[in-house]
Design a protein around this ligand. Structure first.
Ligand code: HEM
Length: 814
C-alpha cells in the first residue's frame, strides 16, 4: 500500500528496512557486521535524529509549509499522503533504514568494531584482523574498541552518508580495509536478534496515524483533512491514507517489487522510456480536439491535485532522492530507468551522455487497520508567496513562487492562476457573509468554514456538471449516477461506499489529462513553449497576468485524448538545461510498475469482460485489441511482446473513445467508478441529504448553486468582461462569448419577510381591509417567498356591534 496493499506499514517499518539490511549485508558481503550493542546505540541516535527532523517538519507544518492537504477548497477533503502523518509514516519506516545505513557505514567504510562478542565470533583474532584489514600500513591505528564509541555519542555520524568525524580520537580509529569478513554464524545470530529486538510498529512512540479518531457526528463542516466523512470509518477518504484498489496488486513478487518481466515468458519488459518513445509519440497541432479548451486540461489538473497525491520516498534525507547520482548508496526506493543510446531526443544533444532517468518509488503505507474567515493572499490578490528554501520551483530573481493548499501549485502558470481564482472566490464569499446582517455574530472561523463549504460545493457542481460531461457520455453518467439533479436533494449517500482514491485512477486512468497537454502555452498576446514555464510562475507577475492566463485557456484548444503526448513533457519535462528533463509518459508507466498495477488486459477484462489472447495485437478484433485503432495497436505491438504485458496507462489511453465520450471503455470504467465513489461515499456531497448529515444545504441554498459555472467564477474574480458560457469548450456559435454580467451569480438564499399590516383606503366603518408586502426583505431568486396571505379583513367593531362581516377569499381567520 501507499500505497500498495500487500506491502503494509508494518512491512515498511520493520520487515522492509531489515530486509534491506540483510540485502545490503549479503549483497556487499563479505563485510563486518557491527555488534548488537552498537546497533542499539545507532538506533537510539537515529531515533533522536529523526525526532529532531520530525519537530522541524511539524514546525514547518504549523507555519503552513508543505501541507498539500490544507487545500481549503478541497471538494472532498484531500485524500492522500504527505503532511504530518506521512512524515510520521515516513520517519518511522526510515528510522530503521537509517540505522542500517549507519551500521553499514561503520561496518564497511573505515571503522572496525571489535567487541568481545565479535572477537569470539571471528575466525581470525582481533589483532590479526585489524592488521590484515589495513591497506595502507602507514595508517596503522589503535583499535579503540567499541566502548569509547558508545560513550562518545557526539562523535558518531548523524546523517547517513555524511558521517561527521571531528575528533582526532576518531580519526585514529579509521581503518581502510581491503579484506572484509564473511558473515559468521555469530554475526548472523546478531542480526537475527537485532530483527527480533526491533519494536513492534505499534510500540513506537510515534502514533499510528490510523489508530483512532473521534468524530463529531453533528458537525456541519467537512474536517480539513477529510477524516470523519464516513462516521463508521473515519479514515476513509482522509488525507495521508493509502490508495484503495479495485483490483489486487500485481507485483513481481508477492509483496512489492515492481513488475519488470513479462508475465508470460519472464523476459525483461521494455524500459519505460522505450515504451514512451514507441507509444506516446508526439501530439502535434494536427492532433487537437477542436471542441474542448485548455480549461479541460487545467481544471482537470486542479481537480487531480485536489483529490490525489502520491507520496514519494525520501528516506532519511530531507531532499528528493537523486537516484542517478553514482555516489549515492544503493537505495531500495530508487527505481531509475535507462535512456537508450539511440534516444530520439537525448542522442541529439551535444555532449549529453545521460543514460539514467531519475525515478523514486512511492512511500509504502499500512492499510487502515493500524480571523476573518479569509484566505491569505499577497499583493494584487495573488496567492501568498512561498519563501521556503526547499522549492522545486524557480522564478526570476525579483519574483517568488506561490504557496497554496497544494505543493504542485507552481507546475504551470495556468494552474497557478486557477488556484488564485479559487482563493479569490473564497474571499469573495467570505466577504459576503461578513457583510450579511444575518451573519453579524459569526466568528472568523465560522465564516471560513461556511465559505469553504460553499466553495467545495461550487467545485463539486462544476466537476459533475461541466467537466465530467466532456469526458463521459450522458449515457454513462446516467448509468453511474453522475448527473446532477435539476432540483431537490440527492438521497443515496451510502456509508458502505469507500470514497478513497483508487490506485488505478491516480496512477493511470486520470493521468489521461497528460494527453490533453498542448505544446505551447497561450498567454495573450504571446505563445510560449510549455516547458519554459513549467515550475516557473513568472507570467503571473506580468500586467493582468492572471486574466491573460484565464483568457489564454479558453482561446486555446486542448490536445485530443489519445496515446500521443507532447514532447514538451515527454522530452523536456521540467528541463532547465537541454537534456536534463524527464519524460511524463515514462513516469506514468514506471509509477504503474512501482504501484503494482495489473496490466491493461486484466483491467479490460474486469471492466468489459473481454479477453485478449496473448499474441493477438489485431485492432478491433474479438480476442485482440478490440478497442484500439490499427495505428495504436501497432504501436503497442512494437512496445510489448505479449498483450498481457501491456501496461494500464499506454493500453488505456490509446483505446478509441466510446460514443459521446472522450475515453475508451477501460478508462471510462475506472473514472466513472471513481467519481461515483466520490459522490455516493461523500456524506457531505453538496446535493446530498442524508440523516447522517444533520446540516445539508437547504433546497433554496441548492437552487443558489445550480446556475453557477466556471465562467461565472472567472468573471466574478477577474476583470474579464466577456467569456464563453462554457469555458471548457471552445468559443463557437453554440458557445458564444457572453457578457459576464449576464451570467447568474451564486444566489445566497434570502427568504422573504413580511412588512407590517397597513390599512387599505377602502375600509368601511367596521371592516378594514389590510395589506402587507413581502419586502422585509424581499426573497431573492433562490430564497423562499413569505408564507401566508398578503391581505386580510380586520373587524374594527366592538363585540356585538352588528355590522361586521368578513369579505374576500383570503383572511387571517380573525
Ligand atoms: C502541464 C501539465 C502537467 C504536468 C507538467 C504534470 C506533471 C505530472 C507529474 C510530474 C506527475 C508525477 C509523475 C510520477 O512521478 O508519477 C503527475 C502526476 C499526476 N498527474 Fe499530472 N501533470 C500535468 C497535467 C495533468 C492533468 C491535466 C491531469 C488530469 C486531468 C493530471 C493528472 C495527474 C495525476 C492523477 C497524477 C498522479 C497524482 C498523484 O497521485 O500523485 N496531470 N503529473
Amino acid at each position: 500500500n501507499i500505497l500498495n496493499e500487500t506491502h503494509g506499514m508494518l512491512d515498511a517499518m520493520t520487515v522492509g528496512p531489515v530486509r534491506h539490511f540483510l540485502q545490503k549485508t549479503t549483497t556487499f558481503e563479505p563485510i563486518e557486521v557491527p555488534s548488537l550493542s552498537i546497533i542499539r546505540q545507532l538506533k537510539i541516535e537515529s531515533e533522536n535524529d529523526h525526532k529532531h527532523k520530525l519537530n522541524d517538519n511539524l514546525e514547518a507544518k504549523e507555519r503552513g509549509i508543505d501541507t498539500p492537504d490544507g487545500n481549503l477548497t478541497s471538494m472532498f477533503g484531500p485524500h492522500l499522503i504527505t503532511n504530518m502523518e506521512s512524515v510520521l509514516i515516513h520517519e518511522q519506516g526510515y528510522i530503521y533504514e537509517d540505522i542500517v545505513y549507519r551500521a553499514l557505514e561503520y561496518a564497511t567504510e573505515d571503522f572496525s568494531f571489535t567487541t568481545s562478542h565479535q572477537t569470539s565470533a571471528f575466525t581470525t583474532s582481533t589483532e590479526m584482523d585489524s592488521t590484515s584489514m589495513l591497506t595502507d600500513t602507514t595508517e596503522t591505528t589503535t583499535d579503540m574498541g567499541p566502548t569509547s564509541m558508545l560513550t562518545d555519542t557526539t562523535e558518531i555520524s548523524t546523517t547517513p552518508g555524511t558521517t561527521v568525524r571531528q575528533t582526532m580520537q576518531l580519526k585514529k580509529r579509521r581503518k581502510k580495509r581491503s579484506i572484509k569478513k564473511i558473515l559468521s554464524e555469530t554475526d548472523r545470530k546478531q542480526i537475527d536478534q537485532f530483527i527480533s529486538n526491533l519494536p513492534d510498529a505499534s510500540l513506537l512512540d510515534l502514533p499510528c496515524p490510523f489508530n483512532t479518531t473521534v468524530c463529531n457526528e453533528t458537525a456541519k463542516y467537512r474536517t480539513i483533512d477529510g477524516s470523519c466523512n464516513n462516521l463508521e470509518h473515519p479514515y476513509w477518504g482522509k488525507s495521508f491514507t493509502p490508495f484503495d484498489r479495485f483490483i489486487k496488486a500485481e507485483y513481481q513478487d508477492a509483496s512489492h517489487s515492481p513488475r519488470i518481466f513479462s508475465k508470460l515468458t519472464g523476459t525483461a519488459l521494455e524500459g519505460p522510456r522505450e515504451i514512451s518513445n514507441f507509444v506516446h509519440t508526439t501530439s502535434t497541432l494536427a492532433d487537437i480536439d477542436p471542441a474542448i479548451s485548455f480549461y479541460m486540461m487545467t481544471f482537470g489538473q486542479f481537480l487531480d491535485h485536489d483529490i490525489t497525491k502520491t507520496a514519494l520516498a525520501k528516506g532519511a534525507y530531507p531532499f528528493n532522492l537523486d537516484c542517478c547520482n553514482p555516489i549515492r548508496p544503493n537505495n531500495s526506493d530508487c527505481f531509475t530507468f535507462t535512456i537508450p543510446g539511440d534516444d530520439p531526443y537525448h542522442r541529439n544533444i551535444l555532449g549529453n551522455n545521460r543514460r539514467c532517468m531519475n525515478f523514486v518509488r512511492s512511500v509504502a503505507a499500512c492499510d487502515l487497520g493500524c480571523n476573518l474567515g479569509m484566505m491569505l493572499v499577497s499583493t494584487d490578490d495573488k496567492l501568498p508567496l512561498d519563501n521556503s528554501d526547499t522549492l522545486s520551483c524557480t522564478t526570476d530573481a525579483d519574483k517568488t513562487c506561490f504557496r497554496a493548499g497544494d505543493v504542485r501549485v507552481n507546475t504551470q502558470p495556468a494552474l497557478s492562476s486557477l488556484h488564485t481564482i479559487w482563493v479569490r472566490e473564497h474571499n469573495r464569499i467570505a466577504q459576503h457573509f461578513k457583510n450579511s446582517p444575518e451573519c453579524y455574530n459569526w466568528t472568523g472561523q465560522q465564516i471560513f468554514e461556511e465559505t469553504r463549504r460553499y466553495v467545495a460545493a461550487e467545485i463539486q457542481h462544476i466537476t459533475y456538471n461541466e467537466f465530467l460531461p466532456k469526458l463521459l457520455s450522458e449515457e454513462i453518467r446516467e448509468q453511474f449516477g453522475l448527473v446532477p439533479l435539476c432540483d431537490g436533494h440527492f438521497t443515496d449517500y451510502d456509508p458502505s461506499v469507500r470514497p478513497m482514491i483508487r490506485n488505478s485512477f491516480s496512477t493511470a486512468a486520470y493521468r489521461m489529462g497528460h494527453s490533453l497537454i498542448k505544446d505551447n502555452f497561450t498567454f495573450p498576446s504571446n505563445d510560449f513553449d510549455l516547458h519554459v514555464h513549467l515550475n516557473k510562475p513568472d507570467l503571473l507577475y506580468e500586467p493582468s497576468g492572471i486574466e491573460r492566463c484565464m483568457r489564454g485557456m479558453y482561446e486555446t484548444k486542448a490536445q485530443s485524448i489519445d496515446e500521443k503526448m507532447t514532447r514538451e513533457v515527454t522530452w523536456k519535462l521540467f528541463e532547465t538545461i537541454a537534456g536534463n528533463g524527464g519524460d511524463l509518459a515514462a513516469f506514468n508507466i514506471q509509477r504503474g510498475r512501482d504501484h503494482g498495477l495489473p496490466s491493461y488486459t486484466t483491467w479490460l477484462h474486469w471492466c468489459t469482460n473481454k479477453t485478449v489472447q496473448n499474441e493477438n495485437f489485431n485492432a478491433g478484433e474479438e480476442g485482440g485489441l478490440f478497442y484500439h485503432s490499427a495505428t495504436a495497436a501497432a504501436k503497442l505491438g512494437r512496445a510489448y511482446a505479449y498483450t498481457c504485458d501491456i501496461e494500464l496507462f499506454p493500453g488505456g489511453i490509446s483505446e478509441e473513445p466510446l460514443p459521446g465520450s472522450r475515453l475508451g471503455p477501460t478508462f471510462t470504467c475506472i473514472l466513472a467508478l471513481q467519481f461515483r465513489a466520490l459522490k455516493y461515499g461523500d456524506r457531505f456531497f453538496y446535493e446530498g441529504n442524508t440523516p447522517l448529515n444533520p446540516h445539508p444545504f437547504t433546497p433554496q441554498e441548492l437552487e443558489g448553486f445550480r446556475p453557477i459555472t466556471m465562467a461565472k467564477i472567472i468573471c466574478a474574480n477577474t476583470n474579464i468582461e466577456q467569456i464563453p458560457r462554457d469555458v471548457f469548450l471552445e468559443p463557437s456559435e453554440s458557445n458564444p462569448l457572453v457578457n459576464c454580467s449576464d451570467l447568474p451569480d451564486i444566489c445566497f438564499p434570502k427568504n422573504g419577510g413580511w412588512s407590517d399590516w397597513k390599512d387599505s383606503c377602502c375600509s368601511n366603518c367596521c371592516t378594514r381591509q389590510q395589506y402587507r408586502s413581502c419586502d422585509n426583505p424581499p426573497p431573492n431568486e433562490c430564497g423562499k417567498p413569505c408564507e401566508g396571505y398578503d391581505f386580510r379583513y380586520k373587524s374594527t367593531c366592538h363585540y356585538g356591534g352588528g355590522c361586521c362581516h368578513y369579505g374576500g377569499d383570503h383572511h387571517d381567520g380573525h
